[in-house]
Design a protein around this ligand. Structure first.
Ligand SMILES: Cc1cc2nc3c(=O)[nH]c(=O)nc-3n(C[C@H](O)[C@H](O)[C@H](O)COP(=O)(O)OP(=O)(O)OC[C@H]3O[C@@H](n4cnc5c(N)ncnc54)[C@H](O)[C@@H]3O)c2cc1C
Length: 394
């Protein structure tokens, strides 16, 4: 372990990047600290974008993670509106979009992910949702009171469908998989998510591919499905997943697979760390490599990285946590939810839409899900921590 560096540069001025900076200062780091971000905005939080900001219940300023004054207190040099475009590991230097170079002793990569695209969607009226500007543009489009098609029924698509429906719009949610949120929660809970959407009047077209888009004068007018049907659409949200924002690191020598590949200490190379959505690391608790797009992970991994930089290194072995809000329902989840896991209800009743369920692989609890049931869920988390064994009868 090298001595504490004197010049830390963090690329990605959002949840992971800012938390790393805050935690470094909290840990007593007094050296130079620079936060580089390609967006113009001060660091802000993303989960409210598909919820309160889209619904209009929060003003955009409320998503800022720290006020300008509080940022000044951190004594961080903010380089905003400026992408990192390359990395020279040998020279310990970044190149920036304006052609300048920035040296570092320790580097933190926290560049997140960018939305995956569908071909032919460069049309007016077709949206993606990752940034504050995306959310404000989508909200303005929804306010026109249109027909909305959401492509992709993962957590982002499902949340936006719920908000649009609550705005009184005609909403259709399309996904090639048979039920919403199948990848996140498997078929049984996915079925319940689908029923919840139908109960609120959202039309589901699951098990159907998008074949193309219809347009007139450069503006989307409809979505063609694989079964030959066409959905009229004034606004389309494409929410078909994301890819790690690692383009700027290509050729740098950093290991890039599904994200920046790190050790269980979040290290991708000597004096280079990666955290948050962009990082793939070996989680010793689960004995597997993971890359999470969860808000809590951004905070926890940032704290682990800051500690490692100041010399307090330990393996990063969190129990993943994430939540989603749809209509009046909060789903919260700890752990992992692998394909084929057995689902066992621990408390409450799925028919009542208030329950906690365990996900088991070889009768060992690897995840717990709470559907409007936060208190029992917190207790159930311990089953994941303890790798508890539950047999079929219990
Ligand atoms: C709409 C939305 C809703 C969400 N809701 C939930 C939720 O309900 N629950 C949950 O657990 N998680 C949710 N998430 C996920 C959560 O927001 C992310 O896990 C979290 O934002 C990850 O933080 P990060 O700092 O790693 O990445 P990001 O927040 O993506 O930040 C990365 C930053 O790096 C910048 N950047 C990228 N490339 C460069 C470059 N080359 N140079 C400089 N800067 C660069 C980006 O512009 C961005 O500002 C949601 C995400 C979105 C988009």
């Amino acid at each position: 372990m090298s001595a504490t560096p004197e010049n830390v540069v963090i690329v990605g001025a959002s949840a992971t990047g800012l938390t790393t900076a805050q935690h470094l200062r909290r840990q007593g780091y007094e050296g130079k600290l620079t936060l580089v971000g390609d967006e113009e905005h001060l660091p802000y939080d993303r989960p409210p974008l598909s919820k309160q900001v889209l619904a209009g219940t929060w003003e955009p300023e409320r998503v800022l993670l720290r006020s300008e004054d509080a940022l000044a207190e951190l004594d961080v040099t903010l380089v905003l509106g400026q992408p990192a475009t390359g990395l020279d590991l040998g020279a310990k230097e970044l190149s920036l979009g304006d052609g300048t170079a920035l040296g570092y002793d320790a580097l933190v990569v926290a560049t997140g992910v960018t939305p995956r695209d569908l071909p032919g969607t460069d049309l007016d009226g077709v949206h993606r949702l990752r940034t504050l500007d995306d959310a404000l543009a989508l909200r303005a489009a929804l306010l026109a009171g249109p027909k909305v098609v959401v492509v992709g029924a993962g957590f982002l698509g499902a949340e936006v469908a719920a908000v649009a429906r609550e705005m009184g719009l005609e909403v259709t949610l399309v996904d090639p998989l048979p039920v919403p949120m199948l990848r996140q929660f498997g078929p049984q809970v996915g079925e319940l998510v689908g029923a919840m959407h139908r109960d609120h009047g959202t039309v589901l077209r699951c098990g159907t591919e998008v074949a193309g888009f219809r347009s007139s004068g450069g503006r989307v007018t409809g979505v063609e499905l694989g079964d030959g049907s066409v959905l009229d659409a004034d606004v389309v949200l494409v929410a078909v997943g994301s890819v790690p924002a690692t383009g700027w690191l290509e050729g740098s020598g950093l290991p890039l697979g599904n994200g920046v590949e790190c050790t269980d200490h979040c290290r991708a190379a000597p004096d280079v760390y990666a955290g948050g959505d962009v990082a793939s690391w070996y989680n010793p608790h689960f004995g597997t490599r993971m890359r999470l797009e969860h808000r809590m992970n951004a905070t926890e991994q940032a704290m682990a990285i800051a500690s490692a930089i100041v010399g307090d290194e330990r393996p990063f072995a969190p129990i993943p946590y994430f939540w989603t809000d749809q209509y009046d329902t909060k789903l919260q989840a700890y752990g992992t939810f692998p394909d084929g896991a057995r689902v066992q209800v621990l408390d409450g009743d799925p028919d009542e839409r208030a329950f906690v369920a365990a996900y088991l692989v070889d009768d060992v609890v690897v995840g717990v899900l709470g559907w409007n049931h936060p208190r029992t869920l917190r207790e159930a988390r311990k089953l994941v921590v303890d790798r508890a064994s539950l047999d079929v009868a219990s």
